[in-house]
Design a protein around this ligand. Structure first.
Ligand SMILES: [Fe+2]
Length: 335
């Protein structure tokens, strides 16, 4: 199928990634990791829920944690996108149901009208347009801590069928900004898809899926990404680092990745670039070009490529494309 024509004629307006809902076996451990370590703000907490956000966010949350029993694995329960207003969500409800997707309104604390359905590759997705609002910490510089994270920017999801995910989100008006394809063809290995003004709100990449590979918070300076690592180390969380600093070719992001106490992967990064103009063409990367994953720095360890968070109750299928990545372990074995 290859590259698709962007769809600008969608009867509702998705504006950006909003938040994710993850599970936690121990909300205090989770709070320590995200608040004391990475520096996110806790907006509310009770015995079963923990809500967090970053310094530029005025909405109530960009991550929701739901408490589960201590023998449960870490799971993702929903990925939520924003629409512009409630009328968009009502039109989307009718549109999805006409297309054969079962879309239902659901109640979510601290949010307005919310729609839930399953996307084309099995991911539970939700849409809301409004959320409780309050003054953020942006100008309260004395409160900025850890990696000084400014907003939830994107997520990456492993899927067994990248082309099906690309088709689904292209139909919803997402634009392709960068992609990885099998050498010499447009057989998609990974698609970087966006609604807001930069390179991605969501990435779908080839792998056993659907599974949530990571969530990513933006910070405006490289120094903050590094300072975050220093803070994590001084708090006894050095072992949480999942992938050491480097720069991706795709998206141009300078990154560090961590795993939280439930194994959810979090990227702290700076900085993408603007993609707005209609004639801005997507950038192609050959699958064999390792610069797509790191321009410099060592390759990612095996666990970064193969471990991810399951979606609650959603079966995982093996990937359609058999394309093993070059791992740190492979790289070191060559020496
Ligand atoms: Fe990322």
């Amino acid at each position: 199928m290859g590259l698709l024509q962007p769809n600008q004629d969608v009867p509702f307006n998705i504006t950006r990634l909003s938040h994710v809902c993850l599970t936690s076996r121990d909300l205090e451990k989770t709070r320590y990791f995200y608040q004391s370590g990475l520096g996110l703000e806790v907006t509310s907490q009770d015995e079963t829920h923990l809500y967090l956000r970053a310094t530029e966010e005025t909405g109530h949350h960009s991550i929701v944690f739901e408490k589960v029993q201590s023998d449960q694995p870490g799971m993702c329960r929903a990925v939520t996108y924003r629409m512009y207003q409630d009328d968009d969500i009502k039109r989307a409800h009718d549109w999805f149901n006409l297309k054969g997707y079962s879309a239902d309104f659901v109640d979510r604390d601290h949010q307005g009208l919310t729609l839930r359905l399953t996307d084309a590759v099995g991911v539970p997705i939700e849409f809301c347009a409004t959320m409780d609002q309050s003054e953020n910490q942006m100008r309260h510089f004395h409160t900025h801590r850890g990696a000084r994270l400014s907003f939830l920017d994107h997520i990456q999801i492993a899927t067994h069928d990248v082309q099906a995910a690309y088709q689904f989100y292209n139909d919803l008006g997402f634009r392709l900004t960068e992609y990885t394809a099998t050498d010499g063809s447009d057989e998609m290995w990974g698609v970087w898809l966006k609604r807001k003004n930069n390179t991605q709100d969501v990435v779908y990449s080839n792998g056993a899926g659907p599974r949530l590979h990571h969530i990513a918070f933006h910070t405006p300076e490289i120094a903050n990404v590094i300072h975050g690592a220093d803070v994590m180390a001084s708090l006894g969380l050095a072992d949480a680092m999942d992938r050491a600093p480097g720069r991706h070719g795709i998206g141009n992001a300078f990154f560090v990745y961590y795993r939280d106490p439930d194994g959810h992967r979090v990227e702290t990064f700076t900085s993408h670039y603007n993609v707005i103009d209609c004639d801005h063409q997507p950038t192609r990367w050959d699958l064999s070009d390792t610069r797509r994953s790191q321009i410099w720095g060592f390759p990612a360890p095996k666990k970064w490529f193969f471990e991810a968070t399951a979606f609650d109750g959603v079966p995982v299928s093996p990937p359609k494309l058999d394309a093993p990545p070059v791992t740190l372990e492979d790289y070191l074995a060559q020496e």
